[in-house]
Design a protein around this ligand. Structure first.
Ligand code: NAD
Length: 432
């Protein structure tokens, strides 16, 4: 099939590359010419394990190409994936300006039947909006369909998630588009992954419902961790015990520094906005959002309670990305935590295996280090904000010899407190 990908970010690049790898002919278009130039030179603009190899293989084999020419891309394709960003406005509402812009591009380039797939995370009713924009801006009355096909991939696991998804959700309104989507996904469905066909509005809301449910779980565990801190229980043992209940399951039950990333925060706020616009007081989600905002400040409180006055103290930070295996700094808890520490006068040195380049744009004034040990040189405390695997088994003796004070604020609960306390550290976890 001939596929166009409009918007070559985390989702568009993975989607386009994986569809190319399944044998389709894919053109990826983006307005960011610097990004397209890089891709055409074989430079991958994001860190995503395995993606580089897959891009180079499919580009060499002629199934995958990159361009800034959106209109030609649309003309030369049968299926058009909208993968542009859908950032939040100040009030939490989703800003659809990029979706609207590509919808106009599609309208102006429509010469024969196209199936338009809305893959960006968009508020309920957006597929209809896309349809209206195309109808209003098209000079001809060419037939087209719009379907909703939300994406559930996780950064860091994006290729596996795309190729072996838990489920593929497609919102449709006629048999024609259903059959095309069935055919398109047959390579993946062959791995026995279910395709669920729903009406379009339900499909749009499945995405928000899913991300919000995961965010709720995290916020609930973070709130529970506060009680653990007060009464001396261990939230890790509680997660373990709760997670063994098959009605609950073990995932997304970890207390820590709060959720971040480009999706959870924005999608929760967007769903709150959708509910409020429909006269519904989104009590549960609003609380989840507040708990998450507080959680980052609770980490700062823990640092203050451990170190004391932070003025001119050296604080080492391990991990800046919003989660491991990505370089994505969008809405990362590290941003709030570091900014608060800076307000209190702390000197920050930091290390992240992949996110440093992106973090430099946010923090021009902190010291970026080449490895974990350089970061802790003369540190008054170490704060672990992202649970990269390489932070797990560390040389405690070396660490202690480098630090000024052996304080560890383990904001992701990756260490055994006794092990560190026995090695002469003062370990502070979350809810332990
Ligand atoms: P991103 O910001 O990384 O990429 C979006 C891209 O769209 C950018 O490269 C931008 O230049 C491009 N773009 C903007 N306007 C354009 C236009 N008119 N024509 C062509 N390209 C244009 O965004 P992302 O993280 O890939 O997210 C895309 C969508 O997918 C969002 O709605 C997001 O909520 C959703 N989503 C993201 C993830 C994730 O993990 N990142 C997961 C699931 C769903």
């Amino acid at each position: 099939m001939k596929i166009a990908i409009l918007g070559v970010g985390y989702v568009g690049l993975v989607t386009g590359t994986c569809f190319a790898d399944l044998g389709n002919s894919v053109i990826c278009a983006d307005i960011d010419s610097e990004k397209i130039d890089k891709l055409n030179q074989g430079i991958i603009p994001i860190y995503e394990p395995g993606l580089g190899d897959l891009i180079s293989k499919n580009s060499k084999e002629g199934r995958l190409s990159f361009t800034t020419n959106t209109k030609d891309t649309i003309k030369n394709s049968d299926i058009i994936f909208i993968c542009v960003g859908t950032p939040p406005k100040e009030n939490g509402e989703t800003d659809l300006k990029y979706v609207e812009a590509v919808s106009k591009d599609i309208a102006e380039s429509l010469e024969n039947y196209k199936l338009i797939v809305s893959k960006s995370t968009v508020p309920v009713g957006t597929a209809q909006k896309i349809k209206n924009i195309i109808k209003e801006n098209s000079k001809t009355s060419i037939d087209f369909d719009v379907v909703s096909n939300p994406e559930f991939l996780r950064e860091g696991e994006a290729i596996t998630d795309f190729m072996i998804p838990d489920r593929i959700v497609v919102g449709i309104e006629n048999e024609r588009s259903k059959n095309i989507m069935k055919e398109l996904y047959q390579g993946i469905a062959r791995t026995k992954r279910p395709i669920i066909f729903t009406d379009i509005k339900s499909s749009e809301l499945i995405k928000y419902g899913s991300n919000s449910m995961l965010a709720l779980r995290i916020s609930f565990m973070n709130e529970l961790s506060r009680l653990c801190d007060n009464v001396g229980a261990d939230v890790k043992q509680i997660s373990h015990g709760m997670g063994m209940d098959t009605r609950i399951g073990p995932r997304f039950l970890q207390a820590g520094a709060g959720y971040g990333g480009s999706c959870f925060g924005k999608d929760v706020r967007s769903l709150i906005h959708m509910m409020n616009s429909n006269g519904i007081d989104a009590k549960v989600l609003t609380s989840a959002h507040h708990v998450n905002e507080e959680q980052k400040l609770i980490i700062v409180e823990k640092i203050k309670n451990t170190v004391g006055d932070l003025n001119q103290k050296n604080i080492a930070i391990w991990g800046l990305a919003f989660k491991p295996k990505t370089d994505d700094m969008r809405d990362a808890p590290s941003i709030t935590i570091i900014k608060e520490l800076q307000k209190l006068g702390a000197n920050i040195s930091a290390f992240d295996p992949e996110a440093q380049e992106n973090a430099k744009k946010i923090f021009p004034d902190i010291k970026f280090c080449k490895d974990i040990y350089e970061t802790v040189q003369d540190a008054d405390a170490l704060v672990v904000i992202t649970e990269w695997n390489e932070f797990r088994n560390i040389d405690k003796i070396k660490l202690k010899s480098l630090m000024k004070n052996p304080y560890i604020i383990d904001a992701r609960n990756i260490y055994h407190p006794e092990e560190f306390n026995n090695a002469g550290f003062s370990h502070v976890g979350v809810g332990r």
